[in-house]
Design a binder for this molecule. Structure first.
Ligand SMILES: [Zn+2]
Ligand SMILES: [Zn+2]
Length: 431
């Protein structure tokens, strides 16, 4: 019986796994530089948490969650996104309290049962940052600017920032009514999904990607024309702050995000460098969410970056970071069985000194050892036989230059120093 990974998931293999790790580290650093601290969240939660926060009539809750029953009969879900989990944790551990600011980030796999297609996986990775407490437009703008500048600095091809306002509980119902009456009038021009959503979640109709719906939806009333004075002021100040910071953006009145919890500022970074326009990062303000999950009345704003999309875009641009894990520097080979303990001692000593090394214990044959050393990607091969172990030395051959010399095997500190220096010398041809 041969096993295969389930449909829609992917094994990350070297060297891509090294680049992926680097990208994640890059994003962690970006968040850390803005004062965010990490929360490690569980992979599964009570399903009700997501139904409550994301909203009943969204794709995620309607059809994409992986649900299973706990031993106690409760319905659990693999997390389809991170914000709900993070807020649940912040409320549970009193990190979301009136009058204080919490900057928290998370990173890890998310799960959605989507139709498998290019760039869409059923297990994908997100890194997200959330600011709980402040409700000012400058906080929104600062968060947005951080990601836009990152996109610029790392050369994400074709990245564009789209922004919109989702209004607030005072003005959104009014807009919803206006939109509803417009959509009702255009019903016969819209696709099936749109028609169904008019009844359940009219704002989400604006999200439709079906070709035939585009003209109708482009002409739909814009929410920015229905904002109450407070929401209008908030949005104008976000835009002003972005302009002052030289952060280019495009207003998109069809940007409504796929989740119900957003209020006020909504934003999305898209790129068409991968063919169809795809979103690689997105977020928004969610002022009612903490309280709707049973927490205090604390506003919040946050965003998430899709690591797979980021990977593809950076790969496309040729700016994918390479793994920083040290490659194998030296492979040690015992020339006879009696030299095996000596080789094991040398390996332990070198690793303590931070030298990446492997033992070639598969065979005592020299020819095989050279093939294995090359396969390990080792720069040097170290040979130990009777004379080396009695003298406490090691015969080392540089697999690149062919130069061979016998060096003292310990203390490991000295050997490590020589290996490092040797590596530097061979990189710099002038030395
Ligand atoms: Zn409002
Ligand atoms: Zn449609």
């Amino acid at each position: 019986m041969k096993y295969q990974a389930p449909r829609g998931v992917k094994d990350l293999l070297p060297p891509e796994s090294g680049s992926f790790r680097q990208l994640e580290d890059e994003v962690r650093r970006l968040f850390a530089l803005s004062g965010f601290q990490e929360v490690r969240l569980p992979i599964f939660e009570s399903a009700a948490l997501f139904t409550r926060s994301i909203g009943e009539s969204t794709d995620i809750v309607e059809k994409e969650m992986y649900l299973f029953e706990g031993k106690g009969g409760e319905t659990l879900a693999l997390r389809p996104e991170g914000t709900a989990s993070l807020l649940r944790a912040a409320i549970e551990h009193r990190l979301a309290e009136p009058g204080r600011t919490s900057r928290l980030f998370y990173q890890g796999p998310m799960f959605r049962h989507e139709r498998p297609q290019a760039g869409r996986l059923r297990q994908f990775h997100q890194a997200g940052a959330e600011i709980l407490g402040p409700n000012d437009p400058d906080t929104d703008a600062d968060l947005i600017a951080t990601v836009s500048r990152y996109a610029q600095a790392t050369g994400i091809p074709g990245s564009r920032l789209l922004i919109n306002s989702m209004g607030c509980e005072n003005c959104r119902p009014e807009y919803r009514k206006r939109l509803l009456s417009y959509l009702e009038g255009q019903k016969n021009l819209l696709c099936e999904t749109c028609v169904r959503r008019i009844a359940t979640n009219p704002l989400r109709v604006l999200d439709c990607k079906v070709e035939g719906c585009q003209a109708v939806l482009d002409a739909a009333p814009a929410i920015t024309d229905s904002l109450c004075p407070a929401s209008r002021d908030h949005f104008e100040r976000v835009r002003q702050a972005l302009s002052e910071g030289d952060i280019p953006y495009t207003l998109s009145h069809r940007l409504v995000r796929g989740l119900d919890y957003y209020t006020e500022t909504a934003f999305e970074w898209v790129s068409d460098a991968l063919g169809a326009q795809s979103t690689w990062a997105a977020g928004g303000r969610y002022n009612g969410l903490v309280s709707s999950l049973g927490g205090p009345d604390v506003p919040g704003v946050g965003l998430a970056i899709g690591i797979e999309r980021l990977f593809l875009l950076r790969e496309k641009a040729g700016t994918l970071p390479v793994s920083k894990e040290p490659p194998v520097m030296i492979a040690l080979h015992p020339l006879d069985n009696d030299s095996r303990p000596y080789v094991r001692t040398l390996l332990a000593g070198l690793r303590e000194e931070g030298i990446s090394c492997v033992g070639l214990f598969g065979s005592n044959r020299l020819k095989k050892a050279f093939v294995s050393a090359e396969r390990e990607g080792a720069r040097y091969i170290g040979l130990a036989g009777e004379s080396e172990r009695s003298d406490g030395t090691l015969t080392i051959k540089d697999l690149k230059t062919g130069v061979q010399q016998t060096l003292p095997g310990h203390p490991a500190h000295d050997l490590a120093r020589i290996l490092r220096a040797g590596l530097q010398l061979s990189i710099d041809p002038s030395a």
